[in-house]
Design a protein around this ligand. Structure first.
Ligand code: BES
Ligand code: ZN
Ligand code: ZN
Length: 458
């Protein structure tokens, strides 16, 4: 942790946070030497810039930091790995950054995936006053950084078993329960679709289940796509398409991240987290294009393409989730390339049967700087995934509307009266921004948390 909770800020260097406007207002009141120095180094309060101010003794006296806005979740993220190692605190001069955003942005800015390559330097430390808001910021950041670690860990070290261990650790840490159904036991317990997709891998497929919460509280179900590596199966991917497929368990990582937030902040819900964890691999017993698989729900799935494996494993997990009749099911999945073509890396696609929920979540996402965008469950396209020899095909009739086809496929496994959100996400930064290095990413979790708090907290 690079945020320290302390009342005393002795021996910590003050950081003056400014945007362009507040810089202009403050500059005339600064000592001439300071004003000249900031002009010399070109500091004007631009977002994600900073200037070090030395004292007469040549030691660091003060830091000026520019922000887009003091409330931004990444307000201070450019600082922890740029400022000299040491302790800092937020000055009373300049803008006041709410302690939640301060803690959150500092911890996110301290993040580095250092499992194999040690840090070149420690991140700087921010001293913040203890309190509920600071703790909330830290709770969010901890969950987000843990999500990133899960996605960043290569498939060799994050197979179905390791993903299960990670879920078990999360469960134990918060007093939840952990269970898994592994390998051929999936057939016995009627999860044939999960088994079919995962059976060719040397690492056994499984359904991971984490439960938590008090009996009287409403049930919330989180379902995460846990494809630990997606080779495409017999419909093998090309080199470029396969390169990042360690991240195909990004939905599972995000589901665990959201569960961690919920449990840390003790939301009054009962949680059921379900992760179908498989490796989509190739060997003699791999499932094939043209196969028809009977799913848990009884629907026969025709395999149009073994690379559309996510929706097949989610079919069984969603059917199982719905059997418990939760208040709400949220599934998170790196489901389609088509969602990325439509919306790019930064905007997960949201599917819901309710237009007003879609609008509400889009607005909330913009407000939280953790966006997602509403796309339609366009019923007329159901015809495009109809099967002539089974009930549904896991691919569309043509290459159009790929993300919608996948969502419509999932819809078959969610009863009509069941409240359900489907989020097709990228789980990856393809471009570095302050606090968001290239690599695994948590997406929509802060937005979903606030949505759940508004919906269930009172
Ligand atoms: N995991 C991929 C989707 C994906 C690819 C997500 C790249 C993010 C980045 C998924 O299993 C897949 O391969 N989907 C296919 C489906 C197609 C065969 C119908 C796709 O989207 O191309
Ligand atoms: Zn695939
Ligand atoms: Zn996949």
């Amino acid at each position: 942790m690079h945020v320290h909770l302390k009342k005393s800020v002795a021996h910590a260097t003050p950081i003056v946070v400014l945007d362009r406007a507040s810089f202009q207002a403050l500059a005339p009141k600064m000592p001439k030497a300071t004003r000249n120095w900031l002009a010399t180094v070109g500091f004007v309060g631009a977002p994600d810039t900073y200037a070090l101010l030395p004292g007469d003794d040549g030691k660091l006296k003060k830091v000026f930091a520019g922000v887009h806005s003091a409330q931004h979740p990444f307000a201070l993220s450019a600082l922890p790995q740029a400022l000299p190692v040491g302790k800092y605190h937020l000055s009373d001069e300049g803008l006041s950054v709410p302690t939640e955003q301060a803690a959150l942005s500092w911890e996110l800015g301290s993040y580095l995936f250092d499992l194999y390559k040690p840090r070149k330097r420690e991140a700087a430390t921010l001293v913040l006053p203890p309190g509920l808001n600071t703790e909330r910021g830290l709770a969010l950041a901890t969950a987000i950084n843990a999500t990133r670690d899960l996605v960043n860990t290569p498939a060799e070290h994050m197979g179905p078993e390791e993903l299960a261990q990670a879920a078990e650790l999360v469960a134990k840490h918060h007093g939840g329960k952990f269970k898994q159904i592994v390998g051929d036991a999936l057939l016995k317990h009627n999860f044939p679709a999960i088994h079919a997709v995962g059976r060719a891998a040397s690492r056994a497929p499984r359904l991971i289940e984490l439960t938590w919460g008090k009996p009287g509280h409403p049930l919330l179900s989180l379902v995460g796509k846990g494809v630990c590596f997606d080779s495409g199966g017999l419909d093998i991917k090309g080199a470029d398409g396969m390169r990042q497929m360690k991240k195909d368990m990004g939905g599972a990582a995000n589901a665990l991240g959201l569960a961690t937030m919920i449990m840390t902040l003790k939301l009054p819900v009962r949680l059921q987290v379900l992760i179908p964890a498989v490796e989509n691999a190739i060997s003699g017993n791999a499932y094939r294009p043209g196969d028809v698989i009977k799913s848990r729900k009884g629907l026969h799935i025709e395999i149009g393409n073994t690379d559309a494996e996510g929706r097949v494993v989610l079919a069984d997990a969603l059917a199982y989730a719905a059997e418990h009749k939760p208040e709400l099911i949220i599934d998170l999945a790196t489901l389609t390339g088509a969602a990325r073509v439509a919306l790019g890396a930064q905007l997960p696609a949201l599917f819901t049967r309710f237009m007003d929920t879609g609008r509400e979540l889009v607005d909330l996402g913009l407000k939280q700087d953790d966006p997602l965008w509403h796309m339609p469950l366009w019923a007329p396209y159901q015809e495009g995934i109809a099967s002539s020899i089974g009930d549904i095909v896991n691919t569309g009739r043509n290459a159009l509307a790929g993300a919608i086809n996948a969502a419509l496929f999932l819809e078959h496994f969610v009863p009509q009266q069941q409240d359900w959100l489907h989020i097709d996400l990228f789980a990856w930064n393809d471009q570095a921004r302050p606090g968001r290095p290239v690599g695994g990413e948590a997406q929509t979790l802060r937005t979903l948390l606030v949505y759940l708090e508004e919906r269930f907290a009172n």
